[in-house]
Every structure is written in C-alpha cells, then in structure tokens.
Design a protein around this ligand. Structure first.
Ligand SMILES: C[C@H](O)[C@H](O)[C@H]1CNC2=NC(N)=NC(=O)C2=N1
Length: 97
C-alpha cells in the first residue's frame, strides 16, 4: 500500500518542483503546459503516456489545442504520494525536451 505524503513532507517537497501547484480538494499536483501547436502538445502527451505506463502511475489530464493541463494524485493512496513527485519530475524533463 503506497503511503500518502504528510502535510510536512508535502510542504518540503512542493518547492523542489518546477511550477507545480497543490490542489487541496484532491490533494493533487497541477500544472499547465503550453506548446507551439497541437502536434507539440500531443507529442508531449505521447511521451508522458509511455512514462506513465512504465511507472504504472497515470496522470489525469486534458488537452485543448496547444495546452495540456495535468493533475497528479495517487488513487491508491487517496492523495499525494512520492509517486506523484517522481512523475512530476519526469514530466518536466519531457517538457524541457
Ligand atoms: C492496477 C494498477 O497498478 C493501479 O490501478 C495503478 C494504475 N495507475 C495509477 N495511477 C495513479 N495516478 N494512481 C494510482 O493509484 C494508480 N494505480
């Protein structure tokens, strides 16, 4: 069973991430990514999808043209876990190319 982050752990870890916000309602991380065009956005989503499948940890996301909004939370933990922190870092690395 994956453990949910404590408030203290979250407070320590959030500032180490690049531009991710904490959504308290879902106890989740959220971030908007914007690309030059739809192809750029969908290519990003394709790469993230492969990482998510490999990690068995999947985002909740939406795409409108060149924008991708991502929400990360751990369903099995009922909130944020270390897996979300790790996935956020991997997603940022993909976005940086
Ligand atoms: C059965 C499968 O391993 C689990 O349902 C995985 C799949 N992907 C997941 N993704 C996320 N975000 N949270 C989970 O708890 C989760 N659990």
């Amino acid at each position: 069973m994956i453990a949910k982050l404590t408030d203290g752990e979250r407070s320590d870890l959030l500032p180490t991430l690049d531009g991710w916000a904490h959504e308290p309602q879902r106890d989740a991380l959220t971030k908007r990514f914007t690309f030059d065009d739809f192809v750029g956005a969908f290519g990003f989503m394709t790469q993230v999808a492969l990482l998510a499948e490999k990690a068995d940890h999947h985002p909740e996301w939406s795409n409108v043209y060149n924008r991708v909004d991502i929400l990360l939370t751990t369903h099995d933990a009922g909130g944020l876990s270390q897996r979300d922190i790790e996935m956020a870092r991997q997603i940022d690395a993909v976005a940086k190319g």
